[in-house]
Design a protein around this ligand. Structure first.
Ligand SMILES: Cc1cc(Br)c(Nc2ncc[nH]2)c2c(Cl)c[nH]c12
Length: 306
């Protein structure tokens, strides 16, 4: 049972890390400029999935630390960004940041021993996800996974943010429920990308919102919470009968709801700050669109890709 993916403790008294045993924080030391932090998810014994934009081409593995929960620290053996990720690709068209293929895999220097607070999340198109969805193996295909997970409509999903609980000063992990706009609302969701300060002179939104992105956020039918820059690299998760499958990696957003605030406050149920505009959307790399890269990089991890 230790090899099962996407299994977590559900009872309310469980610790944050037991409820989200795949949640990692990635700290990158920038000489002279302190630390930069991103989030990530444990996807196998050695690998963490995150966003490529968390790293620069000069970052070395020695400068990166991966923390699982409060105290399990890991050194890093290697960082492998998606080969098609190129943040400066559209510079000559006045688009300073381009996040297409914004995914990376961080190989840990030592194996993670599975436990109640350290367990991988399920990835699409693996046998583990077929089991998590209680479907027959090997009859169930990758296409079936996509149909079962990314159904047409507003798909309920969540991301996890670390925040300061209002009462307790202690930091905590809070799940933020959002809807993946996978319907006629997808167009409106994507159109709001132009409201991002970096994209004001974008004429055609498909220049920055490519096929690789899932779109969340907005106020219809109810207000969805938004990401902060510090949430970059974290997983976008679909819960299915108390099993958890990652379908996206948090890449970028239109409004940084945490700017000039240390940590967002964990308000249950409400947006982190009241009254963020309906055009505050978030964009995540759709893992179904980077499968060849995932299979190749994780081929020796025993994940049994379909
Ligand atoms: C998660 C996340 C990452 C980045 Br990079 C942001 N910055 C940005 N988005 C567009 C261009 N640059 C934001 C914002 Cl803003 C909100 N959430 C973000």
């Amino acid at each position: 049972v230790l090899s099962m993916c996407g299994l977590a403790k559900e009872h309310t008294q469980a610790r944050d890390q037991e409820k989200n045993p795949w949640h990692v924080t990635i700290s990158i030391r920038r000489p002279g400029r302190g630390f930069e932090h991103c989030k990530g998810s444990l996807v196998s014994e050695y690998y963490v999935l995150t966003a490529a934009h968390c790293f620069t081409i000069v970052d070395k593995a020695e400068e990166i630390t991966v923390t699982l929960g409060e105290n399990q620290r890991f050194e890093v053996a290697a960082v492998r960004s998606h080969p098609l990720y190129q943040i400066g690709k559209l510079k000559d068209r006045g688009i300073s940041e381009f996040y297409d293929y914004d995914v990376a895999l961080v190989k840990l220097a030592k194996k993670v021993i599975p436990s109640v607070s350290a367990r991988p999340i399920c990835l699409p198109c693996t046998a583990g996800t077929t089991r998590a969805l209680r479907k027959p193996h090997p009859q169930t295909t990758c296409r079936n996974h996509e149909e079962l997970l990314l159904t047409i409509g507003n798909v309920p999903s969540f991301f996890v943010t670390d925040c300061k609980h209002e009462d307790v000063q202690a930091k905590g992990l809070s799940r933020k429920t959002v809807k993946i706009r996978n319907s006629e609302k997808k167009i409106g969701c994507e159109a709001d990308a132009k409201k991002a300060s970096q994209y004001v002179n974008v004429t055609d939104v498909s220049q920055v919102v490519t096929e690789r992105f899932l779109c969340t956020g907005g106020a219809d039918p109810e207000v969805d919470p938004n990401t902060c820059k510090g949430d970059s690299g974290g997983p976008l998760i679909i819960p299915k009968r108390q099993r958890y499958i990652q379908v996206g990696v948090i890449s970028w957003g239109v409004v940084d709801v945490c700017r000039n605030r240390k940590l967002p406050v964990c308000e249950t149920g409400r947006n982190r700050h009241e009254g963020f505009p309906a055009h505050a959307r978030d964009f995540h790399i759709n893992l179904f669109k980077v499968l060849p890269w995932l299979r190749e990089e994780l081929r020796d991890e025993g994940l049994d890709f379909l």
